[in-house]
Design a protein around this ligand. Structure first.
Ligand code: ADP
Ligand code: TYD
Length: 206
């Protein structure tokens, strides 16, 4: 087992994960910790190339099965090149989304492929987060926040509100399934209040 700590953020699009991951990273650095802030899909050169393939273009561009392979390939590269070396060096790795997103977006969105996701995960992904912070938010709010960003990476947001509703319920169920590592935080408050709750959960864990 590596020396560092691995923290992931999960939640629907626009729930505030990236904002909170950034605030947490800065706070932990200010407290004297060695921190690596990273994200999925991406976080290594190869995985960032896969990111463009999966997040841009037509919603029907890939089947859920093809996506599972692409996200898992990106994750494997991200682990090999970025996450595991940082954990071995004793750093705190903060990751904006990880395998729980695949369990939801590919495992649940277009039929029940959760078993396939979990099987591939077991075969290919040797490390899980020690702590997962789920930012919970009403999908209507999440989607309007996400759409306001106006980027080209909107393939999943373009699946619409019903997908986001399904993802929200799915994430809350996942938090019960993996209760030992999940902590759920209400994202419907201002950024500083949410950040204080996140820090509290992380400090208890550390
Ligand atoms: P995610 O990474 O979950 O998609 P972001 O952190 O990118 O979400 O936030 C989406 C948008 O909502 C951004 O424009 C961000 O500034 C804004 N935002 C984030 N957290 C809050 C909050 N607690 N209240 C209001 N707006 C927020
Ligand atoms: P992200 O950039 O975190 O989007 P957002 O800031 O809107 O939450 O992730 C981009 C999209 O990728 C998001 O809609 C969810 C999707 N995704 C998957 O479908 N499977 C995965 O395994 C991961 C990591 C992300």
């Amino acid at each position: 087992m590596s020396k560092g700590r691995f923290i992931s953020f999960e939640g629907i699009d626009g729930s505030g994960k990236s904002t909170q991951a950034k605030v947490l990273a800065k706070t932990l650095v200010d407290l004297g910790h060695d921190v690596v802030l990273t994200r999925e899909p991406g976080g290594s050169v190869g995985a960032e190339e896969i990111r463009a393939l999966v997040l841009q273009g037509d919603p029907d561009r890939w089947s859920a099965e093809s996506e599972i392979l692409l996200f898992t390939a990106a994750r494997r590269d991200h682990l090999e090149k970025t996450i595991l070396p940082a954990l071995d060096a004793g750093k705190i790795v903060i990751c904006d989304r990880f395998a729980d997103s695949t369990r939801m977006y590919q495992g649940l969105s277009r039929g029940d492929l959760r078993t396939l996701v979990d099987e591939l995960h077991t075969l290919m992904i040797p490390r899980d987060p020690d702590l997962t912070v789920l930012i919970d938010l009403d999908p209507k709010l999440g989607l309007s926040r996400a759409k306001a960003r106006n980027t080209v990476e909107e393939r999943f947001e373009d699946f619409g509100i019903s997908l986001q509703e399904k993802m929200r319920v799915g994430f809350l169920n996942l938090a019960e399934e993996y209760a030992e590592r999940f902590r759920v935080i209400d994202g419907l408050r201002n950024i500083d209040v949410v950040a204080a709750d996140v820090l509290d959960v992380v400090q208890k864990h550390l």
